[in-house]
Design a protein around this ligand. Structure first.
Ligand SMILES: Nc1ncnc2c1ncn2[C@@H]1O[C@H](COP(=O)(O)OP(=O)(O)OP(=O)(O)O)[C@@H](O)[C@H]1O
Ligand SMILES: [Mg+2]
Length: 256
C-alpha cells in the first residue's frame, strides 16, 4: 500500500503547488507509481504538471458531484509513472461553496485517497492555503505531511498556527507524520531570508525544519508558464535538483 503525502501551509503562495508537482514528477522519475491530486479549488496543478495536449479537464470536484467516476478523473501525464487528478470544474467557477459543503458533509475525499493509495506507491495532495475543511479532511486521510515555508519574515507569523492545526489533527489521527517544514524561495545572501531560516531552526524542535532548502529560481516559475514540472524541463537547475534530492530523502523514509 502506498503513502499519502499532503502538502499544506497556513499562508498562500508559499510554493505548495510547485512542491507538489515537482516532488511528484521526481518520485515518478525514480520509478515510483505516483498520483498527484489537486484538492485546491484554485486548480493550479493543471498548469504545472505536464498534461498531454487535448486532455480532459474533469477532476476531483466532478467525482465529488457524482458526474464522473474515479477512473475518468485519473489522467495520464507526459511521464509514464505520473498520473494526475485535477481539481476539475470547480476551478472554472468563483463560488466554491458547494464544493466545500460536499467535502465537509461526506467521506468522499477520504474514500478517494484510500482508493488511490491502493493503486499507487505515493499520492501527493496539493491543498488550498489555510486549515479549512478541505485541508483538515486531507490531513485526516494522509500518512505524511510536508509544510512549505516561504523564507521571509512573514512566515514566522503563520508557522505556529499551522503547527497547532497539525497537532489538532494528530490528536485524533496519531499515525500522521510531519515530514518537516521545507524552506522555499531561499536566497543565499539575502539578510532577511537568512535571518528567517536561522530563527525557525533555532526556535523549532531539532529536525522539524528540513536541512534541505529550495532555492529561489526563475526556472520554477518559467516551468509553470510552460506547463511542465521544472524537474523535467530544467533538470540541471539548483531548485530542480533540490526537489529531486528531497524526493530521494522522502522515498527512503517512506520505505522504512
Ligand atoms: N523556489 C521558488 N523560486 C521562485 N519562484 C517560486 C518558487 N516556488 C514557487 N515560486 C513561485 O511562487 C508563486 C507561488 O507558488 P505556488 O503557486 O507553488 O504557491 P502555493 O503555495 O501553491 O500558492 P496557493 O496558496 O495560492 O495555492 C508561483 O508564481 C511560483 O512560480
Ligand atoms: Mg497552490
Amino acid at each position: 500500500m502506498g503513502k499519502i503525502l499532503a502538502i499544506v501551509s497556513q499562508k498562500g503562495g508559499v510554493g505548495k503547488t510547485t512542491t507538489a508537482v515537482n516532488l511528484a514528477a521526481a518520485f515518478a522519475r525514480r520509478g515510483l507509481k505516483t498520483l498527484v491530486v489537486d484538492v485546491d479549488p484554485q486548480g493550479s496543478v493543471r498548469f504545472g504538471v505536464g498534461l498531454r495536449k487535448g486532455h480532459p479537464t474533469a477532476g476531483f470536484a466532478d467525482y465529488l458531484a457524482g458526474a464522473r467516476s474515479l477512473r475518468e478523473v485519473i489522467l495520464p501525464t507526459a511521464l509514464p509513472w505520473l498520473r494526475v487528478m485535477l481539481a476539475g470544474s470547480v476551478s472554472d467557477t468563483v463560488d466554491h461553496s458547494a464544493y466545500f459543503d460536499r467535502i465537509a458533509h461526506s467521506d468522499l475525499l477520504a474514500q478517494m485517497l484510500g482508493a488511490a493509495r491502493e493503486r499507487c506507491d505515493i499520492v501527493v495532495v496539493d491543498t488550498p492555503p489555510g486549515l479549512g475543511p478541505v485541508t483538515r479532511r486531507t490531513l485526516l486521510a494522509s500518512d505524511r505531511v510536508l509544510v512549505p515555508l516561504q523564507c521571509e519574515p512573514l512566515a514566522l507569523q503563520t508557522t505556529p498556527q499551522i503547527l497547532r492545526g497539525i497537532q489538532d489533527v494528530v490528536a485524533t489521527h496519531e499515525s500522521l507524520v510531519l515530514d518537516g517544514l521545507l524552506l522555499t524561495m531561499y536566497e543565499a545572501g539575502n539578510a532577511a531570508c537568512e535571518r528567517t531560516a536561522q530563527y525557525v531552526r533555532q526556535h523549532l524542535p531539532a529536525g522539524m525544519v528540513l536541512d534541505l532548502v529550495i532555492p529561489r529560481s526563475v526556472a520554477l516559475a518559467d516551468a509553470f508558464a510552460a506547463g511542465q514540472p521544472a524537474v523535467l524541463r530544467s533538470p540541471a537547475d539548483d531548485a530542480s535538483q533540490a526537489y529531486v534530492n528531497l524526493a530521494t530523502k522522502l522515498a527512503e523514509r517512506f520505505s522504512r
